[in-house]
Design a protein around this ligand. Structure first.
Ligand SMILES: Nc1ncnc2c1ncn2[C@@H]1O[C@H](COP(=O)(O)OP(=O)(O)OP(=O)(O)O)[C@@H](O)[C@H]1O
Ligand SMILES: [Mg+2]
Length: 320
């Protein structure tokens, strides 16, 4: 924030590395229902788009940040779709490693306006990225970890990134088992910003699914020695709390999600992350970071494909 309190129109771009599996998302949209075994249902809409870590990378690049992606894809047609999609958005692919054909991670997303189901092949996405090499070879100011696999392979990533002078954010994503493992909890504790959705937070904390989001974010903040804890809750918006920061410990803030005509919720959380981080790097209050994240997340639901509707800097500045 400038001394007068006004937000600069062109904030300084942040050099950021996004680490985590990138998927070729095949989005079957507007389904009336999910198929039963042995059945076929026909989608009204279809999109192919880079998914997983690519969603936050693209959303950050659209805001003018200097984004590199560190991930592993197959040397195949689906890998080309992902790489071309990222390159077209200006994301640097120097740290994308190529593996054998047929190993590009792929997700079939079956979506309706209110919910979605996925079938995923992780393939080369399970291969660990050499985080030490990425940190040593880049001048990143921030590392965003998209998805739990990186935490499993590199639980001490946050400490390493901090040694390089970079801050760290972590969106674990969903995996029933991984969220209970010590490696994932280590990164949750040590990252500067953690951004699970409410189911992920409940699983991480060993809390029942019906605990309120405000309670979840309080528990998450208590677990962490410092930094910002966020819990995303779809159309109910997002909750946030700071440990050891300028905001009093224990103070829980909530931002409403704007009302939108949601078409596809896939990637809303990842685009939320981009909006939240963009605000955080600007130095605005947690309340404003949550509000920007919610606005971005809501926008993301208005088109098929994770990052398709991620806003540009101009669209954010021109918001109604
Ligand atoms: N139906 C909706 N209407 C308005 N805003 C929404 C809606 N769904 C999501 N959002 C916004 O996006 C944010 C993130 O959504 P959500 O909680 O679904 O994340 P997520 O489960 O991590 O999503 P994903 O993993 O698919 O990217 C919410 O906090 C909210 O601000
Ligand atoms: Mg998510």
């Amino acid at each position: 924030m400038t001394p007068g309190g006004a937000t600069p129109l062109t904030p300084t771009p942040t050099r950021v590395v996004v680490i985590g599996p990138v998927y070729c998302d095949l989005v079957f949209g507007d389904l009336a229902r999910l198929p039963e075994w042995g059945e076929e249902v026909f989608a009204e809409r279809f999109a192919v788009a880079p998914g997983g870590s690519a969603i936050t990378a693209i959303a950050l690049a659209r805001l003018g940040h200097r984004v590199s992606l560190a991930a592993t894809v197959g040397h195949d047609a689906l890998g080309d779709v992902v790489r071309h999609g990222l390159a077209a958005e200006g994301v640097d692919l120097s740290w994308v490693a190529l593996r054998a054909p047929g190993t590009t991670p792929v997700t079939a997303a079956l979506t309706a306006a209110h919910d979605r189901a996925f079938a995923t092949y992780l393939g080369a996405g399970g291969d660990a990225v050499d985080v030490a090499a990425v940190l040593a070879g880049s001048d990143a100011e921030h590392v965003h970890v998209a998805g739990f696999p990186t935490a499993l392979a590199q639980p001490t990533l946050a400490a390493r990134a901090h040694e390089h002078g970079a801050t760290v954010s972590f969106d674990p994503g969903w995996d029933e088992r991984a969220l209970t493992l010590p490696a994932v909890r280590t990164l949750v504790r040590e990252a500067d910003v953690v951004l699970p959705n409410r189911l992920e937070a409940a699983r991480l904390l060993g809390a029942p699914d019906d605990v309120t989001s405000a309670d979840l974010v309080t528990r998450l903040a208590t677990l962490r020695p410092r930094g910002i804890s966020v819990v995303k809750a779809g159309g109910d918006g997002a909750w946030g709390a700071v440990t050891g920061g300028a905001v009093a410990d224990g103070a829980v803030l909530h931002a409403q999600a704007p009302n939108v005509m949601a078409l596809d919720p896939t990637g809303a959380g990842d685009v939320f992350d981009a909006g939240f981080l963009d605000a955080w790097w600007e130095g605005v209050t947690l309340e404003h970071c949550l509000a920007r994240g919610c606005w971005f997340g809501a926008r993301a639901t208005t088109a098929y494909g994770g990052a398709s509707a991620a806003p540009t800097r101009m669209e954010w500045e021109a918001r109604a």
